[in-house]
Design a protein around this ligand. Structure first.
Ligand code: MN
Length: 257
C-alpha cells in the first residue's frame, strides 16, 4: 500500500527513546500506518502533564532500539505530542498513541503518568488518543502481546473515532496471549500508594529527600482497571479531560456566596 493512503499515527512514550516498549509499538503499528515517532531523550516516568515554556526544545533525528527513525526531544512526553501536532510531524495526524509503558498505569496513576498525559495532550489537540501500558516491572519484558493488541485497537479507533476530549487508557497484563482472559471495559479503581519520606544528609551536612517506598498496590473492586488487570484481562478505561466534579456543582451553586 502506498504510504499516502495509510493513516498517520504520532507516537511517543515516557520511558525514553531507547525503551523497548516504544520500539515494539512503532514496529507493530508500521503494518497499518505511517508512524511518526517523537520521543523524549530520557525517562520521564511519573513526570505528569508538562508544557515546557521557559526554555527551548530540541528535536533531533535519532533512532529507536530497533533502528526505526525517531525525533529525539529534550521535552516531556506531552511536549513531544504538542511538537508533533503543531507541525513537527509531517502532514495531518489521525491518531496519537503513547507507550508501551514499562509498568501499569491504573487509578490515580493517570495523573502522574507521562504515558497517559501524552495521550491527554493528543486529546487536547483534537486527535483520538490511546495510552498503552504493560503490567510489568521487568526490564526485559516481552511487549509483543501488548503491541499486537495496540494495533487491533488502533484499527478500531481509526475506523470509529472517539468523542472529542476523550482518550483510552489501556493496560495489558504480562501474560502470554493465550493466557489473557479477554478485554474488560473498566473505570478507574483505587490505588494504594506506599510512599515514605526518606531523609538523608549530603557530604556537606545538608539534608536531601527521596519520595520512595514499595510499589503501589490496589484495592480489588468490581469493574475497575485494578481488578481487571490483576485477574488477567486487558483493561480499557475511557478517560475524559473534563475533571469537573458534577456531584458538587448544584450544592455549591445553592450556597450563599
Ligand atoms: Mn514510564
Amino acid at each position: 500500500m502506498p504510504t499516502d493512503t495509510l493513516p498517520h499515527i504520532l507516537i511517543t512514550n515516557d520511558d525514553g527513546v531507547h525503551a523497548p516498549g516504544l520500539a515494539a509499538l512503532a514496529e507493530a503499528l508500521t503494518a497499518i500506518a505511517r508512524v511518526t515517532v517523537i520521543a523524549p531523550d530520557h525517562n520521564w516516568s511519573a513526570a505528569g502533564h508538562a508544557k515546557t515554556m521557559h526554555k527551548p526544545l530540541r528535536a533531533d533525528p535519532g533512532q529507536l532500539a530497533n533502528g526505526l527513525p525517531a525525533l529525539v526531544t529534550s521535552g516531556a512526553p506531552s511536549d513531544a505530542i504538542a511538537l508533533g501536532l503543531l507541525g513537527l510531524a509531517e502532514g495531518p495526524v489521525d491518531m496519537v498513541m503513547a507507550g508501551i509503558n514499562r509498568g501499569e498505569n491504573l487509578s490515580r496513576d493517570v495523573t502522574y503518568s507521562g504515558t497517559v498525559t501524552a495521550a491527554m495532550e493528543g486529546a487536547i489537540g483534537g486527535v483520538p488518543a490511546i495510552a498503552v501500558s504493560l503490567g510489568t516491572r521487568n526490564r526485559r519484558a516481552d511487549y509483543s502481546v501488548a503491541a499486537a493488541f495496540a494495533v487491533t485497537l488502533a484499527q478500531r479507533v481509526l475506523a470509529t473515532g472517539l468523542p472529542s476530549h476523550i482518550l483510552l487508557n489501556v493496560n495489558v497484563p504480562e501474560l502470554p496471549a493465550e493466557a489473557i482472559l479477554g478485554v474488560r471495559i473498566t473505570r478507574l479503581g483505587s490505588r494504594v500508594y506506599r510512599d515514605v519520606l526518606v531523609r538523608r544528609a549530603d557530604p556537606f551536612g545538608r539534608p536531601y529527600y527521596w519520595i520512595g517506598g514499595e510499589p503501589p498496590t490496589g484495592i480489588r473492586e468490581d469493574g475497575t482497571d485494578v481488578t481487571a488487570l490483576a485477574q488477567g484481562y486487558i483493561s480499557i478505561t475511557p478517560l475524559q479531560l473534563d475533571l469537573t466534579a458534577y456531584l458538587l456543582l448544584e450544592s455549591l451553586a445553592e450556597e450563599d456566596w
